[in-house]
Write a protein that binds this ligand. Sequence first.
Ligand SMILES: [Cu+2]
Length: 254
Amino acid sequence: MSSGLLFFAVAFAGFLLFAIRPAWFPFAIDSAARSWDREFATTLIVTGIIFIGAHLLLGWTVLRARRGKSATSANSGLRLEILWTSATAVLFFGLAALGSKGWARIPERAPGEERIEVYARQFAWNFRYPGPDGIFGRTANKFISDSGGNPIGLDPADPDGRDDIVSATLHVPAGRNVLLLLHSRDVIHDFFVRELRTKQDIVPGMEITLEIRVDRPGQYEIACAELCGLGHSQMHSFLVAMPPPEYEQWKRAH
Ligand SMILES: [Cu+2]
């Protein structure tokens, strides 16, 4: 096979990878995630055009040199050097500015948002809801008992905690702002949902907040994205986004 044919075969295969998207991102389930996807696509298209253009130019100069026409000396290209260096700088700063606009669009804290606690441990997830009273009951390490069904250490003497709901899956109301309060019981874990395009580290001894708003009901996988020990690969759960009436019903049933 000639090298030219091989080049076109590889280029075509590369093009197909993007066009057919066999291993592309799963769909995005909130507005911030969709804006980051648009940002990603813009960057990919702009850099893709430049990449292809630069390689065509490179091929053209190689062919030209083969035909015996010498390249111009490096000194005479100073103006060009300045031109494309500054064009690259403008492009990169422009893309960064566009990107920061996307980050600023992360959902703001909203009154009436649903507050849910996330508890990560080696190697499982637990989620806590404050129950009808809206107050999270006290917790303490001495009450933690995985075999006794108290993985987060709820204080049995605290009346505020009696109606708290502890679940192994994260149920959220679709279309409403949800404030996740992230806790770790042991080492650093990381809350990751591909469809949210978000990863948030969970550090022991800290309460880290993460604001999400899922607008598409469904079930999505939660993975731990921080290598946290031997069972790390099994540390997963599900985010279940439900229409608000169904969500309220689910809470009442627990
Ligand atoms: Cu983990």
